[in-house]
Design a protein around this ligand. Structure first.
Ligand code: AHR
Length: 489
C-alpha cells in the first residue's frame, strides 16, 4: 500500500514556537566540561573557553533556547559558588553524576556567554530542593536587576554591567524525585513561595515562570501542581525518555535487532498519549490555555557505551535515534497550540546528543541532522496534516509527518519509520499551486552512525526524488529515512 499525506494550505494551525527546537545542558559527564566548555587555556580552539567547533555547529541548527544547569544537578547547585575569580570558586562533588569534582569554573557568566555565542535564549533552572528562597531570589536579582544593590554590585565587580534579562525561569526540577522527593501539594505550595520572591525587575522583561511538572504518566502530580500552582505559572514541564526496555536494563545504543528497533518506536509514540493526557488535566484548571506545556527533557536513554563512567550517561547515536527525533519533533509541531518549548536531553556527550566530542575532535550525530532538516519549522505556521498509511508495529504509522508555512514556502518533514521497506508517498496539496520543489534527506541502515573513525557516514544529501503530481507531489521514501521537502508556490 502506498501512503497518502493530505495538506490544505488554507487550513492553518498555530505558530510553531521556535523553542520546540530547544536543548538541555547539565553539569553531567562531559556535556559542559569537555563538550561545550574547555576553558580559555585549552589547546582546543575556543572563544572565552567555549569550543568554537561546537558553537559553530550549534549556530548552524539555530538552537533557540538552552536549559541549564540541570536536571538533578539544578537542585544541588548553589549559584554563588560559580561566580567570581575561578581560583576561589568553591569545589563540590557532583553526587548525582559520577561523584566527580565540580570546580564551578563554568557558572552563571560562562553559561550566559555560551548562550550569546550560540545566539540562543537562556533557560535557567533554579534550586528548590536544597536551596533557599533568598538564594533563588538573589540569583534573579543578580541576573536581571538594573538597580544598584549589593547583589548587583557583585555582578558589576565580576565584569557585567548590564542585566542579562533572563526570561525563562524554572522553579525546581523533578521535585517528585531527585529534586526533593516531594508530594505535589507540598511542591505546589513551595512553588508559590519561591516564585513570589522571583521578581520582575523591569516591565519590559518579565520572567516566564516554569513549574516542575510530572514524570511520564504521573497524572496525580500534574493534577496536584496545576490545582495549587497553575494560576501562578506560565508553563509546566513534562519529562519523558524513550528507553526501550526499562530503567534497569535499557538496551544498547548500537546493538539491536528489528524487534528492539520497533519496541523503541512504540515507546516513542507514547509521547502522544502523554501530551494528550496531561493537556486534558491542565484544561481542568486552565480552560483558557494560559499555561503552556514544556517537554523539557526528552530523548533516548540507553545503557552507557561500554567502558565509560556509568554516571556520565555517554551513548552513541544511530539512525534509530534520528527516527525517534523526527517522530517527537513532528508531534511537538502538531501540538503547536499548547507545546511551547521542548528540550532534547542532552546537547553534547550525554544521552541523545546532537554532538559527540573526543578531545579536540567533534562529530555530528544523526539526531543533529534531524534538527537541521526541521529548522525551517521554527516560527512557521502549522499546516495540520492527515496521513493514511499502514502501521509498521502496533500503534506506529509507517509515515510520520508535519508541515508548516513561512514566507510563502511550505515545509514538509516526513520520516519513513520502517527499517526495511521503502514507501511510495502521495502528497495531496490543496490551496497551493506548486511551482518549485527542493528536498534534503537523511537515510541509512538503522544501525548507521558517525564515529570518530568514520565521522561522516550519516549526513544530509539533496534529494531529487520529489516530483510534481496531479494535485500535489509524489515521492518514494527510502526505508529508515527523514526528509525535508520545501515547496514554493
Ligand atoms: O537528563 C538526565 C537526568 O534525567 C536529569 O538530570 C533529570 O532531570 C532526569 O531524571
Amino acid at each position: 500500500m502506498s501512503a497518502k499525506i493530505r495538506l490544505n494550505a488554507a487550513n492553518t494551525g498555530a505558530v510553531i514556537n521556535r523553542n520546540i527546537y530547544g536543548h538541555f545542558s547539565e553539569h553531567l559527564g562531559r556535556c559542559i566540561y569537555g563538550g561545550l566548555y574547555v576553558g580559555e587555556d585549552s589547546p582546543i580552539p575556543n572563544k572565552k573557553g567555549m569550543r568554537t567547533d561546537v558553537v559553530e555547529a550549534l549556530r548552524h541548527i539555530k538552537v533557540p533556547v538552552l536549559r541549564w544547569p540541570g536536571g538533578c544537578f539544578a537542585d544541588e547547585y548553589h549559584w554563588e559558588d560559580g561566580i567570581g575569580p575561578k581560583e576561589t570558586r568553591k569545589r563540590m562533588v557532583n553526587t548525582n553524576w559520577g561523584g566527580v569534582v565540580e570546580d564551578n569554573s563554568f557558572g552563571t557568566h560562562e553559561f550566559l556567554e555560551l548562550c550569546e555565542q550560540i545566539g540562543c535564549e537562556p533557560y535557567i533552572n533554579g534550586n528548590v530542593g536544597s536551596g533557599t528562597v533568598r538564594e533563588m531570589s538573589e540569583w534573579v536579582e543578580y541576573l536581571n536587576s538594573p538597580g544598584d544593590s549589593t547583589v548587583v554590585q557583585r555582578r558589576w565587580a565580576n565584569g557585567r554591567k548590564e542585566p542579562w534579562n533572563v526570561k525563562y525561569w524554572g522553579v525546581g526540577n523533578e521535585n517528585w524525585g531527585c529534586g526533593g522527593s516531594m508530594r505535589p501539594e507540598y511542591y505546589g505550595d513551595l512553588y508559590r513561595r519561591f516564585n513570589t520572591f522571583c521578581r520582575n525587575y523591569t516591565k519590559e522583561h518579565p520572567l516566564y515562570r516554569i513549574a516542575c511538572g510530572p514524570n511520564v504518566d504521573d497524572w496525580a502530580w500534574m493534577d496536584g501542581v496545576m490545582k495549587v500552582a497553575g494560576r501562578h505559572c506560565d508553563a509546566i514541564t513534562l519529562h519523558y525518555y524513550t528507553h526501550p526496555h526499562g530503567w534497569e536494563e535499557k538496551g544498547s545504543a548500537t546493538v539491536f535487532d528489528d524487534e528492539e528497533y520497533y519496541l523503541t518506536m512504540r515507546k516513542t509514540v507514547k509521547m502522544a498519549d502523554l501530551i494528550k493526557g496531561h493537556l486534558a488535566i491542565m484544561d481542568k484548571y486552565d480552560p483558557k490555555h494560559k499555561v503552556g506545556l514544556i517537554v523539557d527533557e526528552w530523548g533516548t536513554w540507553y545503557n552507557v557505551e561500554p567502558g565509560t563512567n556509568p554516571g556520565f550517561l555517554y551513548q552513541q547515536n544511530t539512525m534509530r535515534d534520528a527516527i525517534v527525533a523526527a517522530i517527537n519533533l513532528n508531534l511537538f509541531n502538531s501540538h503547536a497550540d499548547r507545546v511551547v518549548m521542548a528540550n532534547l536531553a542532552q546537547m553534547v556527550n550525554v544521552l541523545q546528543s546532537v554532538i559527540l566530542t573526543d578531545g579536540d575532535q567533534m562529530i555530528l550525530t544523526p539526531t543533529y541532522h534531524v534538527f537541521d532538516l526541521f529548522k525551517a519549522h521554527q516560527d512557521a505556521t502549522l499546516i495540520p496534516s492527515e496521513v493514511e498509511c499502514a502501521e509498521v508495529t502496533e500503534g506506529v504509522k509507517q509515515v510520520n509527518v508535519s508541515a508548516s508555512m513561512k514566507d510563502g514556502a511550505l515545509t514538509i518533514t516526513a520520516a519513513n519509520v520502517s527499517c526495511t521497506a521503502a514507501e511510495d508517498v502521495l502528497v495531496e496539496l490543496e490551496g497551493f499551486e506548486v511551482q518549485n520543489v527542493a528536498a534534503r534527506i537523511l537515510t541509512g541502515d538503522m544501525h548507521d552512525m558517525n564515529t570518530f573513525e568514520e565521522q561522516n557516514k550519516v549526513h544530509i544529501v539533496d534529494f531529487g526524488g520529489v516530483e510534481k503530481a496531479e494535485g500535489g507531489l509524489k515521492l518514494t521514501l527510502p526505508a529508515c529515512s527523514v526528509v525535508e521537502i520545501t515547496v514554493r508556490g
